[in-house]
Design a protein around this ligand. Structure first.
Ligand SMILES: [Zn+2]
Ligand SMILES: [Zn+2]
Length: 115
């Protein structure tokens, strides 16, 4: 299942930046090509009509990967969208997302996000 974190890209580790980058491309494909079998995916449905906002996340994620990881060379541009630029609310609270990232035992920097 694709996931776009409601967490600033600067806080995400390489693994989760990479997964988020794959997710935004996958979500766009699922929406634009209307791929069957994904109708109930909450993350995909969240971004319907908000591809412009998803593009902003794509670009921020790709830039962060390029800046922080010199061996990473982003070469998959995200096409322009002309729907809503508004960021759609998540179906999953940020606190749950932070807990999931902490449980994964990765290098995400989450301590300043715990309230
Ligand atoms: Zn890309
Ligand atoms: Zn991580």
């Amino acid at each position: 299942m694709p996931i776009v974190w409601d967490i600033p890209v600067k806080n995400l580790c390489y693994k989760h930046l990479n997964l988020q980058h794959h997710s935004v491309h996958l979500i766009r494909l699922l929406i634009v090509d209307n791929i069957p079998g994904w109708e109930t995916d909450p993350e995909m449905n969240r971004w319907r009509g908000h591809l412009q906002a998803l593009k902003a996340i794509h670009d921020a994620t790709a830039t962060e990967l390029d800046n922080r990881f010199p061996d990473y060379h982003h070469d998959s541009s995200f096409p322009d969208a002309h729907d809503s630029p508004d960021y759609p609310p998540s179906w999953q609270p940020v606190s749950v997302q932070v807990a999931a990232l902490i449980d994964s035992g990765c290098d995400c920097e989450l301590y300043n996000l715990i309230r």
